[in-house]
Design a protein around this ligand. Sequence first.
Ligand code: ADP
Ligand code: MG
Length: 392
Amino acid sequence: MTAASISSIDSPVTSSSPSSGAGTAGGPQAGIGERVLIQELSKRYRNTVALDNVSLEVGAGELVSILGPSGSGKTTTLMIIAGFSEGAYSGQVLVGGRRIDDLPPNRRGIGVVFQHLELFPHMTVEDNIAFPLRMRGEPRSVVQQRVGEALELVQLSAFGKRIPAQLSGGQRQRVALARAVVYSPPVLLLDEPFGALDKSLREDMQAELRALNRKLGITVIHVTHDQAEAMAISDRIVVMNKGRIEQVGTPHQLYFNPESRFVGSFVGESVFIDGAAGKPAGQGRCEFRSRGGLVLQGRVGKPLAEGQEAALMLRPESVRLGAEGAAPGASLEAVVVDTVFGGERRMYTVAAVQGGEHFKVSVPSSALSATPLAAGERVHISWSPDEALILS
Ligand code: ADP
Ligand code: MG
């Protein structure tokens, strides 16, 4: 991908109806954003199925992150939307209700920031940002004004005369972001744009992106493999696995109601106990029998048949030390195996006395906390049965 082709994705398809998609599900603000609809996308590379029937709706002004492990089809999805897909695919892409599959990238009204950002090295920051406007023959006064606004938006007004080599990594990313939005495209696509930055810069850029999305109302589809990043900035998250969408939901929904073990293990930290579903226990719960013979209870996400192979999922912060007032099937006796001090919390790994399964317990810490438990000590652990999720 050359810098020229990145920068040429600039002209809105529907400049005459900038907010026709506003007000659809998830759009937090009426602005320049358009609704993006992808329908039944499938794509193969020789023997690899990169995408397998992927459909998704992103509301006007919504910020959606596509989250998934390497090779799950995130970049392929983005490239198809942007118009840079190599070779054929099936399915369709609509922006603001219009099909864009046959439009060249520069007429899709989509700004793109790629994984490996490429600014023109010999051009000043101003000229880099002005490039998409000049390509379109905008008059000098317009170019000057828009570039000024874009620089202000990413807080780089004092850096316009520098060349990229005179900027930090984070500043270069902000220039790329400014260049992608200088044309006010209704849609902005980003492919792991902050992956190379250190933690604090990455957090700054996440806040920047969120602010941009809020200020302009621009629709943002952001690809990442960093679940904390997706949780922090997204209206909704799309979890992909092996070319398919596993689940779509708000960060809260994905965290507390994962529909599969894959999603539960990908978003946040959890412990999974293998076993089988037992009898219904009322209140949306059922019994669970672990391989080691523990009889527990948990909340049922998707319906399960009695005897069906299943896993009980527990977040470490849902488990507490002690068993006072514990509900049936939601406590057990264990032995401390390991303890890790993480600053704000301490994480214990414990093994059930009966069965030997490992559980994790995350306890908030403070300077006044009691002396931590040591390996080999016996403890009781307990949790609310509604915070134990039984998944197929
Ligand atoms: P992600 O961005 O989630 O890491 P990709 O969309 O890049 O995943 O890739 C999805 C699948 O398609 C992977 O199995 C990958 O190896 C394959 N793939 C991607 N691009 C090509 C290509 N140009 N040629 C062959 N296979 C590819
Ligand atoms: Mg990728």
